[in-house]
Write a protein that binds this ligand. Structure first.
Ligand SMILES: [Fe+2]
Length: 227
């Protein structure tokens, strides 16, 4: 089984996940099942005690945890892990059962194809300290954008699911929240992908709300199962 959830921010918003596996997921979940966190997972943050605690907590879940990067991530820390191949795309194993899904990749998991592309803009970055609590790599590089296009091209622009942290610009404007400037280039990249690619559903996090617009779904408290 595969479930998806929105931002968890280390231990700050992990209750929804713990509650889900305690009371709703049933007792048949194994490490062959997956929870995918759609960015701001907080798996790599202080490179120390906090990270060990978060990783221990995720390791203790009954499933394997896959996560996209969001904007609140320590990209220096993430960069320390080697890039490996897994299910058709590039990943970084933080632990055997905590796996970073990288930008512009397509993975085949349980017979479904997932295009993933993390990243986003921190609206509070002026109050943060560069390379301590904010990293410029939160926004994608030119190579990452291009790799995404190349991989979609190879897949004939058809996948089952698109998983991102933020969302296309026109969807952002439909959300019941304030849309701050700062990630226009990434949102417009997603605008183009959403026009060109065929997909069943596009899931994203970032906005801290649960809202569905056509086949776009923003996740925050809800945890959804991929059928
Ligand atoms: Fe967040």
């Amino acid at each position: 089984m595969i479930w998806l959830c929105g931002d968890t921010h280390g231990k700050i918003n992990i209750d929804k996940v713990e509650f889900f596996f305690e009371y709703r997921a049933g007792d048949k979940v194994t490490k062959d099942d997956y929870l995918i966190i759609l960015g701001d997972a907080g798996v790599c943050w202080d490179g120390g005690v906090k990270d060990s605690e978060v990783q221990e907590l995720l390791h203790n879940l009954p499933c394997t945890v896959l996560w996209l990067d969001g904007n609140h991530e320590n990209f220096d820390e993430i960069g320390k892990y080697p890039v490996e191949e897994w299910h058709g795309g590039k990943v970084q194993f933080i632990r055997e059962d905590i796996i970073h899904l990288m930008r512009g990749q397509i993975y085949e998991i349980e017979g479904k194809n997932f295009f993933t592309f993390g990243g986003g803009n921190s609206i509070d970055k002026r109050m943060r300290i560069p390379y301590v609590s904010w990293w410029p790599e939160e926004m994608p590089s030119e190579e990452e954008y291009e790799e995404g296009l190349r991989n979609l091209e190879k897949a004939d622009w058809t996948v089952d699911y698109v998983l991102t942290h933020t969302c296309p610009e026109y969807i952002a404007h439909m959300l019941v929240t304030t849309v701050y400037p700062g990630e226009g280039e990434l949102q417009r990249y997603f605008d183009e992908l959403s026009q060109q690619a065929e997909f069943e559903m596009w899931y994203f996090g970032h906005w801290h709300l649960d809202q569905t617009e056509d086949n776009f779904r923003c996740l925050w408290e809800d945890i959804v199962e991929i059928e």
